[in-house]
Design a protein around this ligand. Structure first.
Ligand SMILES: Cc1cc2nc3c(=O)[nH]c(=O)nc-3n(C[C@H](O)[C@H](O)[C@H](O)COP(=O)(O)OP(=O)(O)OC[C@H]3O[C@@H](n4cnc5c(N)ncnc54)[C@H](O)[C@@H]3O)c2cc1C
Length: 460
């Protein structure tokens, strides 16, 4: 039960730290503890027929297990310091980009060779956006697609499974600093490790908070983003998505001077439910395989909310709004843009008579009863702004699903090695509050693995 390194969480952060550690030091004894299932046993019971909504499994197959929250995601690896996290503030912009490119090479080598990489560099879209008071952020993006993303994870697991000990269905309750080593406790077992990498993602946010307070690690409040998922006919955004695939477009609203941004664009994709700590919100993904294309494109419109004294629990604010939509709609609510503007509820009849077929079965309702006025006005203004570069976005039939919430973990106090005040205890990926994307979380894993391997070498 004694290991050189114990990794908690088998999301991208945990997987890539194990990958790099074993590559740099093949004799290293590594244990990965993951509360969810192995990849092949991750199956959400919602089938749309017998089980239509979340039955609150003990661990969520979508969020937990090998591959983490991103396992069934669209697999968009954005290579940029402009969004997806603040890793560059800790390790420098060049190193952060180098690491994201390194992750890209691994993804390509493990099954992504046929996938495409898009870039906003020299895109004509940038000028069109600027002419309409919109701002396109610079990035390259490798779109793996949900199908290829899964294959890469399968290949990475096969690469690691004989070199690293994986314990699934192992929820870590406690980490104890025993001065010479760390003790990590699950319900039934205790493990000792010289170093510990915590990579428990967003689903482990509450747990992370309790670990930080038990170990005396400082944390800072972070932001929460609230908005909707927009679904339109794919043709409306085709000139944008075929050129850059994923466009992060930012707009400053005239009314409140808030920034609204597009997020997670899924050409020909589908809208899906997401379960965070039992609260159902909305998300989206798409496939690389054209046979699995839908006729729609979806993306999120998000407004960031930062809080200062006396309120600092930004996640609780986001959860309360999501809970409200769950209370009124039994889950996610869908509304036609035209109904929202006219101040009327969408009904099953209005949805079925519209020209756009929803890809998610959600409850027709009224988002103005759920989303606060400020954020809702911001979103409406942004939809009209986008309509100038993609006419049809502000159509009556455009579907808005709510709510989409992007929770960010509290910012954990880590140094430039992503190490806490406890030597040898590292916090990486989304649970650190430093990253909030596949590429940044993965890059943070490689970064910490290299730091650990270097200090192991120095000790030898
Ligand atoms: C539907 C969806 C689509 C997404 N699409 C994209 C996308 O296209 N591009 C992008 O950049 N990002 C996307 N994201 C976000 C991305 O998935 C995350 O940023 C990324 O997975 C973070 O990686 P991580 O390793 O930090 O955490 P996670 O992937 O969340 O992994 C953490 C792991 O730790 C485990 N864990 C938690 N607590 C414990 C505990 N106490 N004990 C043991 N194990 C524990 C969890 O089960 C989980 O498997 C998407 C997210 C979702 C949900």
């Amino acid at each position: 039960m004694k290991y050189d390194t114990i990794i908690i969480g088998a999301g991208p952060g945990g997987i890539f730290s194990a990958y790099e550690l074993i590559k740099l030091n093949p004799d290293c004894k590594i244990l990965v503890l993951e509360c969810g299932n192995p990849l092949n046993k991750r199956k959400c019971p919602i089938d749309g027929k017998k089980i239509k909504s979340c039955v609150k499994c003990s661990t969520c197959a979508i969020m937990n297990g090998f591959g983490g929250a991103g396992a069934f995601s669209d697999g968009k690896y954005n290579i940029t310091n402009e969004f997806g996290g603040n890793l560059y503030e800790y390790i420098g912009k060049k190193e952060a980009l180098d690491l994201m490119n390194y992750i890209d090479e691994i993804n390509v080598a493990y099954g992504g060779e046929q996938t495409r990489k898009f870039s906003t560099a020299n895109s004509s879209l940038k000028k069109v956006c600027l002419q309409n008071d919109l701002h396109l952020l610079d990035a390259s993006v490798r779109h793996l697609g949900t199908d290829i993303n899964y294959i890469i994870l399968e290949n990475l697991y096969n690469e690691l499974k004989d070199k690293v000990t994986f314990c699934f269905n192992s929820y870590v309750n406690e980490i104890l600093d025993c001065e010479t080593h760390y003790t990590v406790k699950t319900k039934d077992e205790e493990y000792q490790g010289n170093t510990v990498i915590v990579s428990t993602g967003r689903s482990g946010s509450k747990w992370m908070q309790s670990i930080c307070s038990s170990l005396g690690i400082q944390t800072k409040s972070n932001r929460v983003d609230i908005g909707v998922r927009v679904e339109i006919p794919a043709a409306v955004f085709d000139h944008i998505t075929s050129e850059v695939y994923e466009s992060k477009i930012v707009y400053r609203t005239k009314k409140f001077q808030d920034k609204v941004r597009t997020f997670c664009m899924n050409p020909h994709g589908v809208v899906v439910n997401e379960n965070t700590n039992g609260i159902i919100t909305v998300n989206g993904h798409s496939y690389e395989d054209e046979n699995m294309f839908s006729e729609n494109t979806n993306f999120a419109l998000l407004v960031s909310n930062h809080f200062t004294e006396p309120f600092k629990d930004s996640n609780e604010y986001g959860e309360s709004i999501a809970r409200l939509s769950n209370m009124l709609g039994g889950g996610v609510i869908v509304q036609r843009f035209g109904d929202l503007i006219r101040g009327q509820r969408s009904t099953p009849n209005r949805i079925s008579e519209s020209f756009l077929t929803p890809t998610l079965s959600a409850t027709p309702g009224d988002l103005s009863l759920v989303i606060p006025k400020r954020q809702l006005d911001d979103i409406i203004e942004m939809i009209y702004a986008l309509d100038k570069i993609a006419p049809g976005t502000a159509s009556d039939d455009t579907l808005l699903y709510g709510v989409e919430v992007k929770f960010y973990n509290l910012q954990v106090d880590v140094d430039s090695n992503l190490e806490t005040c406890h030597p040898g205890l590292y916090v990486i990926g989304d649970c650190s509050g430093v990253t909030h994307s596949l590429s940044h979380a993965s890059a943070s894993g490689v970064y910490v693995a290299r730091k650990i391997a270097q200090s192991q070498k120095e000790k030898c």
